[in-house]
Design a protein around this ligand. Structure first.
Ligand code: IPM
Ligand code: MG
Length: 369
């Protein structure tokens, strides 16, 4: 009987509403035992800025560092459009990723059988889809310096972002990709833009060399990221694991999300390296979707990506494989029973709200046990 410590950071917009679904699932787990979760909550993003003028406080960072896992909702919204760049809501999330060294971002895109019709692509293209986008999360253009806008005279300004990758950063994410592929269909497709970017040349080289260093059992292919985006909407089932950098991963995972029917369906896990002594990884779990301020506070957001992110926490942070499988099965069962939030409901179908979807998933969990 173990008690684990979770830090919940609901954030802004629909974040607090979809986090409600996670609270329900945690409540169900805690009532059953034997292992339980102790939950702490704190502010992040615009909510933190409104409270104390920073998008995440040092005290919250300390809690995140100490927690067994961080469960994150969403940040941002038009309310904070004018706040200084360094304290904008997104900066809180980026600091968590960077300071906790969460370099490996797993974004699985799975099409639930009941939802094949909800995709923007033809049913036969997405039916049975099960791909994993592995996005590098602590490097590249998100964090490269210089990152600035300078005045260069004559009424002109110059904006610079820096795309930068060191060998070790590419190597560790490549290893993670090959190891994940071994637990799946054994195929990795690496995507970069080596035809125009030096960082793409090095990315390609290091991924190839890492593959040759003990991962020959995994099939490795390379694609230019633009062609990869095209293939993702042309024939997505050709992929198993897509390995890519921070920026391309951001874009390609939004595309992958829509293949599954809705942005509201895609979970993610952001993992650090295993600790040399304890073997434990720092980890943060968040839905791929954003704060969706336009639908916030109306009980219509889809909590499935958030709840599925928590299932990933059960799997990757707590080795509770059976429980993770059960949460995912409960989501599938609820969808199979025809329950839909507005984003995945077919035209004319009745939709249920955020709360009701969370309750339905917990009821399905209960029913299956
Ligand atoms: C994501 C989001 C974030 C990103 C934003 C909110 C900073 O789009 O997790 O995909 O760009 O990484
Ligand atoms: Mg994104």
């Amino acid at each position: 009987m173990t008690s684990y410590n979770l830090l919940l950071l609901p954030g802004d917009g629909i974040g607090p509403e979809v986090m409600g679904g996670v609270r329900k699932v945690i409540g169900w787990i805690n009532a059953r035992g034997p292992d339980t979760f102790e939950v702490e909550e704190d502010l992040v993003g615009g909510a933190a800025y409104d409270d104390h003028g920073a998008s995440i406080s040092d005290a919250t960072m300390d809690k995140a560092t100490a927690a067994d896992a961080v469960i994150f909702g969403a940040v941002g919204g038009p309310k904070w459009d004018a706040v200084p760049y360094d304290v904008r809501p997104e900066a809180g999330l980026l600091r968590l990723r960077k300071d906790l060294e969460l370099f490996a971002n797993l974004r699985p895109a799975i099409v639930y059988p009941a939802l094949a019709d909800a995709s923007s692509l033809k049913k036969e293209l997405v039916e049975g889809l099960d791909i994993l986008i592995l996005r590098e999360l602590t490097g590249g253009v998100y964090f490269g310096e210089p990152k600035e806008i300078t005045d260069i005279g004559n009424g002109q300004k110059r904006a610079v972002d820096t795309q930068v990758y060191d060998t070790y950063e590419i190597e560790r994410i490549a290893r993670a990709a090959f190891e994940l592929a071994r637990t799946r269909q054994g195929r990795v497709c690496s995507m970069e833009k080596r035809n125009v970017m030096k960082s793409g040349v090095l990315w390609n080289e290091v991924v190839t060399a890492t593959h040759a260093d003990g991962y020959e059992d995994v099939e490795l292919t390379h694609m230019l990221a633009d062609a990869g985006g095209m293939q993702l909407v042309r024939a997505p089932k050709q992929f198993d694991v897509i390995l890519t950098d921070n920026l391309f991963g951001d874009m390609l995972s939004d595309v992958a999300a829509m293949l599954t029917g809705s942005l509201g369906m895609l979970p993610s896990a952001s993992l650090g390296a295993p600790d040399a002594v304890t073997g434990k990884r720092k980890a943060l779990y968040e839905p791929v979707h954003g704060s969706a301020p336009d639908i916030a506070g109306r009980d219509i957001a889809n909590p499935i990506a958030m709840i599925a992110s928590f299932a990933m926490a059960l799997r990757y942070s707590f080795a509770m494989t059976d429980l993770a499988d059960r949460v995912e099965a409960a989501i599938a069962a609820v969808l199979a029973a025809g329950k839909r939030t507005a984003d995945i409901a077919a035209a004319g179908d009745e939709a249920i709200g955020t709360e009701a979807m969370g309750d339905a998933i917990v009821a399905a969990l209960e029913e299956a046990s």
